[in-house]
Structure formats: structure tokens, C-alpha cells
Write a protein that binds this ligand. Structure first.
Ligand code: SF4
Length: 193
């Protein structure tokens, strides 16, 4: 079975998920989008209003920033894979609760197991702390963190600020842009692969 076929099969299961309370008010499950053979996967927090309406990740204001940043490093959206820690929208865009993150984690783990990306870019503190708990994004953004996760082996996490934070804070935007510009070098660097 190809990675694409495996992802389709997995996504069909995610679409029927009712493992946490977020299933009650969702418009769509937003399981992810992009290239099943991607070398890089971007992981945000949870779908927003627009994502929930369309069932597609990163299509709102944060998505526009992400698209702009991808264009700046000459990578197309369809060359990467985009998803979130939680696949359903929290009401009023509140932060996902720890139990929601915990319930949704196995889906993300399976996506990573199938795609086997070289680098995992976490966007924001929730995505970062799902992989590396008790770590401050202010201390580790823009640095590769190597971690081991059962069944997934060694993962290379590249934490970035969330595009939404970059949108509202000028200083964060500068850091976000500087960190983002390191991605092409990381992808070329054999040591990071
Ligand atoms: S957020 Fe995740 S665990 Fe909760 S219902 Fe949606 S897919 Fe299932």
C-alpha cells in the first residue's frame, strides 16, 4: 500500500472519530492536507473557523501567512503536509484542553508513522509541548530538537512560533521569519536527515 493509500484509509477513520467532546460542534474534521511523501510536516494547534467550514487546514489568516512564508523559501504548499494536534475545532477558538490533545494524539502519531517526514515543524506552544512537554517556545524556537517516541523512533522537531502570534506581534513576526528562513538549509543538511 502506498503512503497516499494508507493516509486515505486513516483519514476515513479520523472522519468518524468521536473520541473527545470536540466532535459535538464541529463542522468538518480537519485531518490534514498535502503531500503524503513530504519531507516536512507542519503541525498547528487546532482548526479555526474557516478550517472547520472547509475541512482544510491553514486556510484562514494564519494560513495566508504560512503560504507567504512557504513562497519566501520557494516551497509549494502541495510539497509539504499540514495538520494540527487536534483535528476538530475547539468552540470559540479556545485553546485545546489537555484531554482533547491526549485523545487526538494517536491520530497524529499514525500520520507521522505513515509520512515519515525528515523534519516536523511545530507551530506554537501547544504543538511543541505535545512532543516536548514543559519546554518554552521562547527558549527553543528555531532549533532542532531530537526526541524519541515509541513506535516512531527518533524525530527531529523544529519549533516555530504560531503564525497567528506572528500576525499580532511584530517581534514574534521577525523571529518567525528568521526561523522559517532556516528550513531550506535544514532540508539540505544530511546531518538533519
Ligand atoms: S479532536 Fe481528535 S479525538 Fe477529538 S473528536 Fe476530533 S478527531 Fe477525535
Amino acid at each position: 500500500m502506498t503512503k497516499s493509500e494508507k493516509l486515505i484509509k486513516l483519514n476515513n477513520k479520523i472522519l468518524r472519530c468521536s473520541q473527545c467532546a470536540l466532535c459535538a460542534n464541529r463542522g468538518h474534521v480537519v485531518f490534514g492536507a498535502g503531500n503524503p511523501d513530504a519531507k516536512i510536516i507542519f503541525i498547528g494547534e487546532a482548526p479555526g473557523k474557516k478550517e472547520d467550514e472547509l475541512g482544510v487546514p491553514f486556510v484562514g489568516s494564519s494560513g495566508r501567512i504560512l503560504d507567504k512564508m512557504l513562497a519566501s523559501i520557494k516551497i509549494k504548499r502541495e510539497d509539504v503536509y499540514l495538520t494540527n494536534i487536534c483535528k476538530c475545532r475547539p468552540p470559540e477558538n479556545r485553546d485545546p484542553l489537555p484531554e482533547e490533545v491526549k485523545e487526538c494524539w494517536p491520530w497524529l502519531k499514525k500520520q507521522i508513522e505513515i509520512i515519515q517526514p525528515k523534519i516536523i515543524v511545530t507551530l506554537g506552544k501547544y504543538a511543541l509541548n505535545s512532543f516536548v512537554p514543559d519546554t518554552k517556545i521562547s527558549e527553543v524556537h528555531g532549533k532542532i530538537l531530537k526526541i524519541k517516541i515509541p513506535k516512531l523512533g527518533e524525530l527531529k522537531i523544529f519549533p516555530l512560533h504560531h503564525p497567528a502570534a506572528a500576525r499580532i506581534n511584530k517581534k514574534t513576526r521577525t523571529l518567525f521569519e528568521e526561523d522559517f528562513a532556516k528550513i531550506p538549509t535544514l532540508l539540505k543538511n544530511k546531518k538533519e536527515q
